[in-house]
Each structure stands twice: as structure tokens, then as C-alpha cells.
Design a protein around this ligand. Structure first.
Ligand code: FE2
Length: 389
């Protein structure tokens, strides 16, 4: 096999403060002695049973350096550390997979490469799985979860028409977060609704519960009855919306990411949920990781300076207009036994108003995204091992 990134030799540099792995194609990857020592995979550093680290940073001498480094086989690098006089072996492939010596220009709003932005055009290929197939076939489950990671939502069809069946869907990949709305909640027109979701009114596209910190990270909405006229579900990619906002006017993007909004819900006895978070959430390195948008539960915003408030409102309005643009939304109807799942940190959902003729009964719940990603990563790792075998 021709591998242009193959490591050809290793060089000791900076008086042992770091090593340089020289690649066949002329590239080079540097690794610090401290980083290498901390990330050793020997049985004294990492538990062979569970992979957890057995040492603390204080156990590594501050003057740690490399005194010798030699290639010891096609995938093996032997390193001698001082002053511990410790000899450790590293997999070159492992080092390449964990390389950090890579120059990347990261601007505000960059996205994980696993994320694919979408708009109305995705209507032709809505990610969908069949309930029976996914419950019996791990590869089909992995594909469905992979679609959710990529698009931030997916549909599932053909499930049982039975109250509580949404919990069986959640149990395919993780765990449900219980809230003041219960372990799951009923979405149908109520006489004295505690939330406008529990009426027949149309709802602007929104993310759920922005007044929580953290927000519910996933939501399943499962249809049990849907013979009413209207009531179709609409989804909007919040990441696509804020990227479009940024393209149109970078200042609008910046101000909604820079300043916190406020959200509140106190519509039930003994409940007063409040949060202080921006509409556009970025990691410290600028990665776009969250959108909070909900006209029903935004509270008075008080963290924007007086001079900036007109710009803030202009940006808020511009984002709302993008979200309302029909070119942004995919839409579909749920039949009894169908459901969809959304990544509530990214994708907004909406519903058209529906009439009193016929009935509409959905159930909703909030599974956690970390559990979904954990199940997906575990299925993918197993797949890699099976392919290696
Ligand atoms: Fe909602």
C-alpha cells in the first residue's frame, strides 16, 4: 500500500522538549514530551480494564523531556522519558489520528465536518427509517443515528400506535430527561393549556425550552392520532439560518453571539425556569454549537448595552425573517405510529394551525444527545473492528 503520510523517521528537537515525525510526503508532525508522557497507553498510566487514566498531572515531573526516540517497527515508536527513565511505546497510527500540529484557520461560526446544512431542497430526501428495521438491525440503527448527527433530525415510520411508544424509540439509543412536563408530555388541544404548544394554534419555528440550562438536547414527537386538517410539521435548520444571517450581515451574527438573551417560563404553579444564554452559541474557538430561538419564551433582554440595543433588535428581526422564509423549511405529515426526532440545540420545529375537525394527538419527550452520540460512536467503533477482523 502506498501511504504518502507514512512516518519515515523521527527527530529529537528542542533539547528533548518535543519530537518531530517526518512523513514520506515531506510533512511533519510535532509532539511535546509532556503531551506524549501524559497520553501514554501503558498499564501504569491507563487502566487496561476501562481505559481511564490512573495518574494525575502532578505525577508527571515538570522537567519531563525525551532522551531517545526510535522507530521500532512499521507502527511502533519507542520513547525514553527523563527524569523518570521510563520507556514507552506508541502506535504511529494512533499518533497520526491524535495529531494536534495542524494549522487550521478557524473563523467564528465554523462547523463540525460531520454536520451538513440543509434547506427546503432536503424535502426530496428526508432522512427516514422504518421502526421494525431499526429495532432489529444495528447497521440500520447506526445509519439512522448518523443521519441525525448529520442533519439534526430524522423521521421514523411504522411504529406502534400505542401511548408511551416514544419511550421505546428513545431506548434504542439512550435515556430520557424528565422535566416539569413529565417523562413525556401530551401535545393536543387542551381546554386550559399550560403552554401554547397544547393548543391548536400555529407555532413559529422554535427550539424547545430555551429557558433551561442546558436545554433539552433532543426531542421526539410521536403521532398517535392525526386526522385533523392542517397541523403539518415544519423543520428549519438553525445552523443554516444563522450562517445565512452571517453571510448577509456579519455584524448581525456577531451581536447575537456576543450578548446573552434571557428566557423564562413560569406558566405552571411552582415553576420559574430562567436562563441567560445567547441566541447563537459558539465554543471558545468559534465553533457554532447552538441556536436558541423561541418567540413565546424570550424574556426582557437586559444584557445588551443601550447603544447596541437597536442593532440587537435589527439582528433578531433579520434572523426571524430568515427562519420564516418558506425556502428554509422541510415539511411533512406524521401518520399515527410515525415520529420525528430533532437535535434541539440546532433544528427548529414548527407546526401549522389545525382545525377542530378530526383529532391530533402527539406525545413528546426529551432524550439526551450525549447518549445518542455515545451509542452511535460505539456502533461505529464496533463496525471498524469488524472490518479490521
Ligand atoms: Fe416545541
Amino acid at each position: 500500500m502506498h501511504d504518502e503520510s507514512r512516518i519515515e523517521n523521527v527527530e529529537l528537537a528542542g533539547e528533548g522538549d518535543y519530537i518531530i515525525l517526518h512523513q514520506k510526503d515531506g510533512g511533519a508532525l510535532r509532539f511535546h514530551a509532556m503531551w506524549l508522557r501524559d497520553n501514554a497507553l501503558d498499564a501504569e498510566t491507563r487502566s487496561p480494564q476501562n481505559g481511564q487514566r490512573l495518574i494525575t498531572i502532578d505525577d508527571i515531573p515538570v522537567e519531563t523531556r525525551v532522551s531517545a526516540a526510535t522507530l521500532d517497527g512499521p507502527d511502533s515508536l519507542k520513547i525514553e522519558f527523563q527524569p523518570e527513565k521510563k520507556s514507552l511505546t506508541y502506535s504511529l497510527n494512533w499518533l497520526k489520528r491524535h495529531a494536534y500540529d495542524v494549522a487550521e484557520e478557524k473563523s467564528a461560526g465554523w462547523l463540525d465536518p460531520k454536520v451538513e446544512l440543509w434547506d427546503k431542497a432536503l424535502n426530496n430526501r428526508i432522512p427516514t427509517a422504518d421502526y421494525e428495521t431499526v429495532t432489529q438491525d444495528k447497521a440500520a440503527l447506526a445509519a439512522w443515528l448518523g443521519d441525525i448527527r448529520r442533519f439534526g433530525f430524522a423521521k421514523m415510520t411504522g411504529g406502534p400506535v400505542k401511548s408511551g411508544a416514544l419511550l421505546d424509540v428513545a431506548a434504542l439509543f439512550g435515556f430520557v430527561r424528565e422535566t416539569n412536563y413529565g417523562k413525556w408530555f401530551e401535545v393536543r388541544a387542551e381546554v386550559t393549556p399550560t403552554n401554547l404548544a397544547f393548543t391548536s394554534a400555529g407555532l413559529q419555528a422554535h427550539t424547545d425550552n430555551p429557558y433551561r440550562d442546558p436545554v433539552p438536547t433532543m426531542q421526539i414527537l410521536y403521532a398517535l392520532e392525526n386526522s385533523a386538517t392542517g397541523g403539518d410539521s415544519l423543520l428549519v435548520d438553525g445552523f443554516k439560518a444563522v450562517k445565512r444571517l452571517q453571510e448577509n450581515n456579519p455584524d448581525h451574527f456577531d451581536i447575537l453571539a456576543r450578548y446573552n438573551a434571557r428566557y423564562e417560563y413560569a406558566g405552571q404553579a411552582d415553576v420559574c425556569l430562567q436562563s441567560r444564554k445567547p441566541m447563537i452559541e459558539l465554543e471558545p474557538d468559534g465553533e457554532l454549537v447552538g441556536v436558541r430561538f423561541n418567540n413565546r419564551s424570550i424574556a426582557p433582554v437586559t444584557d445588551v448595552p443601550f447603544d447596541k440595543m437597536p442593532d440587537y433588535y435589527a439582528a433578531y428581526r433579520a434572523l426571524s425573517e430568515i427562519i420564516n422564509d418558506p425556502a428554509m423549511a422541510v415539511s411533512f405529515r406524521l401518520e399515527p405510529g410515525d415520529c420525528f426526532i430533532v437535535d434541539n440545540t440546532r433544528v427548529l420545529h414548527a407546526r401549522n394551525a389545525y382545525s377542530g375537525h378530526g383529532s391530533r394527538w402527539l406525545q413528546g419527550c426529551y432524550p439526551d444527545k450525549d447518549g445518542l452520540l455515545s451509542t452511535l460512536a460505539s456502533l461505529e467503533n464496533k463496525n471498524l473492528e469488524d472490518n479490521d477482523a
